[in-house]
Design a protein around this ligand. Structure first.
Ligand SMILES: Nc1nc2c(c(=O)[nH]1)N[C@H]1C(S)=C(S)[C@@H](COP(=O)(O)OP(=O)(O)OC[C@H]3O[C@@H](n4cnc5c(=O)[nH]c(N)nc54)[C@H](O)[C@@H]3O)O[C@H]1N2
Ligand SMILES: Nc1nc2c(c(=O)[nH]1)N[C@H]1C(S)=C(S)[C@@H](COP(=O)(O)OP(=O)(O)OC[C@H]3O[C@@H](n4cnc5c(=O)[nH]c(N)nc54)[C@H](O)[C@@H]3O)O[C@H]1N2
Ligand code: SF4
Ligand SMILES: [Mo]
Length: 675
């Protein structure tokens, strides 16, 4: 008999929708939106309707596996959990004896976003083991969040719902209809009430089609644009001097930086006209409430930190805070009373342990001089060969015969094909978890809706068993999932209303805004910087990165085209990349660039640089600006004829803040490809 049960979407997505799942004979047969979460209002995106195929399909891992083929080949034999845990224990123990514990590293990211699945018992285990630590944030979002912390501190600045009250909305490098679906409805509501919309994006995205002004800048030049806007605001008397005097530090140093380049020079760097910048500044000066909604587009380049520092300064200079619908849509993840050090067992960390950067881990894996070299890697919640920049380096690294590799995933991924041992993980439909969000302020909890598929286990149980196998006897390694949920957030926080986190009802949400319904910076919330002011010259960024103010360095490359690879509506990063799709994939190119290369719509092209080569069919379209080509992130190798996807062309250099990934610094040439 069919049952409908509440759940939450765990994907790496700002929306964190509440869902209704139809279950029949322990199978997920249907997933749709539920109205439990007032922001997501019963709507989910198209891609999650494919959850039944993903959970019960042919790629689903059902037993532990041991490699019998070559690395990357994907030939395995089924083994028992006991044999798998024995193998991991034996190999890791030998590595620890020969090279020390730091020769082992976890390689994990945020496939699932529940607090338990993303990092709880697993981190307790690796900390206690003494494995190398991994800085994960640099892969995505770290650049933006560091710029935010440096400028405003870790505070929620406003709720997405409040964008409905804005009269000017600036969507800055976020592909709203694809990667933050529920914001689109809010923007449309504001537009119906007369709001103007500006979109800053090298592509004419769906949201850009609805814009009053589409500013199609060159990738990686947002900081130059934002500084030019600040200088222009000053020139047209658009600065709020009173607000600046009362609440802003470093405005003069920032403005000095802004004035140092002429409007014409800035426009030239950005690939815009001075008139574009003037018009944007005029709108920003005149209209309030004005909100800037920045996405991840501006961060994925070597100037990404500077760009976000420069963008984040604008509402402070323009005096846009303190009103409903005004300011900056940012900081939602700080709305939740998370207690991560307790959940993740920070007390087990040996402070001498080194920290490796996820972005450059491929290079580290190949570096024999690393002290100690890495001999064991444990990959989970992550599909590194698909999603890392410099894909060929990561493939070479995981091909190392002497690298003992464990991969734990829900499905057989391209990365799992390189594993010595594969562990089958439960999907989030099969375990309980607690869900904060990074794009909204509602806390949600979910219970399992089906039993584990095959012999799969939740991440928490896998690491509980591993901890036991390694003889870790502390009570932290015996904590149940309910106890872990209670460790995940501060149960004494008044917003939990006295309910233990593990007892939160699954058919309700809790609003986590510090100031009640109306999170409004300078009404109910305030900057949490060291000075208590908005720091345009940031003391934290100076101390952490010697980078108090935005700067700009052009990308040094002989290749003429910029390749960007934003989010696709078919997948979340690489998730669902195993499912069959009917629609073709494309490389988008502007007609001017196509004509210059004698390329035509529909033709196969080869795209290359010093790091690799990719073959794709071409779509000639003026949706991308000249000089920019665009494909999608997260495609699997089965879409490729030569074992390389766009990530193969992405450089592994890192950004000015957080040593973050620079996917959109990819420079390429494109030519006809004779198959
Ligand atoms: N070319 C290019 N590549 C990019 C980017 C880009 O701009 N361009 N951007 C990137 C960005 S923004 C991000 S965030 C990264 C993300 O890239 P990844 O970290 O790889 O994230 P996902 O593909 O979302 O999920 C990884 C895996 O987690 C698994 N998983 C889900 N739930 C569970 C669970 O409960 N347990 C276990 N063990 N596994 C689970 C999924 O099956 C999936 O295989 O990709 C980056 N890759
Ligand atoms: N459907 C779907 N939703 C997703 C994801 C997914 O893979 N699929 N991924 C999730 C994850 S992990 C993340 S991090 C977010 C990311 O979601 P977004 O914040 O939307 O980030 P991107 O998709 O990388 O790029 C957003 C837009 O920025 C533009 N862009 C590229 N470079 C630049 C630049 O230098 N400046 C400016 N102004 N714009 C630029 C691109 O053309 C694109 O339209 O989405 C999440 N939501
Ligand atoms: S991926 Fe995002 S929009 Fe789609 S269901 Fe999940 S949370 Fe909602
Ligand atoms: Mo991301």
């Amino acid at each position: 008999m069919a049952q409908t049960l509440p759940s939450v979407c765990p994907l790496d997505c700002p929306d964190t929708c509440s869902m209704t799942v139809t279950v029949e004979d322990d199978h997920i047969v249907n997933v749709r939106g539920s109205r439990v979460n007032p922001l997501t209002r019963g709507a989910v995106c198209q891609k999650v309707t494919r959850y039944p195929e993903w959970v019960h399909g042919p790629s689903r891992l059902q037993t532990p596996l041991r490699r019998v083929g070559q690395k990357g080949e994907g030939r395995f034999e089924a083994i028992s959990w006991e044999a798998a845990l024995d193998e991991i224990y034996g190999r890791f123990t030998a590595i620890r004896q020969d090279y020390g514990s730091q020769a082992i590293t976890p390689l994990n990211y945020s496939g699932p976003h529940g607090l338990l699945a993303v990092g709880s018992m697993d981190l307790r285990f690796f900390y206690k083991l003494g494995a190398s630590r991994l800085a994960r944030r640099p892969l995505c979002g770290g650049i933006k969040s560091e710029a935010l912390v440096g400028t405003y501190g870790a505070v929620p600045l406003m709720r997405p719902e409040h964008v409905a009250h804005a009269q000017l909305i600036i969507v800055w490098g976020v592909n709203v209809t694809v990667s933050q679906l529920h914001l689109m409805h809010i923007i449309r509501t504001a537009q119906k009430q007369g709001a103007k919309l500006i979109v800053v994006d090298p592509r004419r995205t769906q949201v850009a089609r609805h814009a009053d002004l589409h500013v199609a800048l060159k990738p990686g030049t947002d900081g130059v644009l934002a500084l030019a806007l600040a200088a222009e605001l000053e020139r047209i008397n658009g600065l709020d001097h009173e607000f600046i005097a009362d609440h802003v530090l470093g405005a003069e140093a920032y403005l000095e930086q802004a004035r140092s380049r002429s409007l014409e020079a800035s426009a030239d760097i950005c690939g815009l006209t001075p008139a574009d910048i003037r018009q944007m500044a005029e709108l920003y000066k005149t209209i309030s409430p004005a909100v800037i909604c920045p996405g991840n587009g501006p961060e994925r380049n070597q100037n990404g930190g500077s760009s976000l520092q420069a963008i984040f300064a604008l509402p402070a200079l323009g005096g846009k805070f303190g009103v409903l619908g005004g300011g900056l849509l940012q900081g939602a993840s700080s709305a939740f009373p998370k207690t991560l050090p307790r959940l993740q067992g920070d007390a087990f960390i040996d402070p001498q342990t080194r920290t490796l950067n996820i972005v450059t881990l491929g290079r580290d894996l190949l570096n024999p001089d690393l002290d100690p070299p890495i001999k064991g890697v444990f990959i989970y919640n992550h599909n590194p060969v698909i999603v890392h920049p410099d894909q060929n380096t990561m493939k070479r690294a995981l091909s190392r015969e002497d690298l003992f590799t464990v991969v734990c995933d829900v499905v057989m991924t391209d990365s799992a094909a390189y594993a010595d041992v594969v562990l089958p993980a439960c999907s989030h439909f099969e375990y309980a978890d607690l869900y904060p969000a990074y794009g909204q302020h509602f806390l949600q909890r979910a219970e399992p809706v089906i039993p584990p598929v095959g012999e799969s286990l939740p991440n928490t149980e896998i690491f509980r068993r591993l901890a036991a196998r390694f003889g870790f006897t502390e009570p932290e390694f015996q904590a149940s999932d309910a106890e872990l949920i209670d460790d995940a957030v501060d149960g004494d926080d008044i917003r939990l209303q006295g309910i233990a986190p593990s007892q939160l009802p699954t058919d309700e949400v809790l609003l986590m805004t510090a100031g009640g319904e109306d999170a409004i910076l300078y009404q109910t919330t305030f900057p949490a910087t060291p000075s208590g002011k908005i720091e345009l010259e940031s003391s934290y960024l100076k101390q952490a990165y010697n980078h108090p103010l935005p700067t700009f360095r052009p990308v040094d490359s002989d290749y003429p085209l910029s390749l960007i690879s934003p989010a696709s509506d078919k997948r979340t990063s690489s998730t669902f990349g195993d499912l069959p799709y009917s629609d073709a994939i494309w490389l988008d190119m502007h007609p001017d660039d196509a004509t210059a290369r004698q390329l035509e719509d529909g033709m196969w092209v080869r795209m290359w640089n010093e790091l690799g080569e990719v073959h794709l069919p071409l779509r000639v379209t003026d949706e991308v600006r000249p000089g920019v080509v665009c494909s999608e992130k997260g495609l699997w190798f089965r879409t490729s004829d030569n074992g390389q996807t766009v990530s193969a062309l992405a450089p592994a250099h890192t950004a000015d803040l957080s040593e973050g990934a620079c996917y959109n610094d990819t420079r390429v040439e494109v030519d006809k490809w004779e198959q």
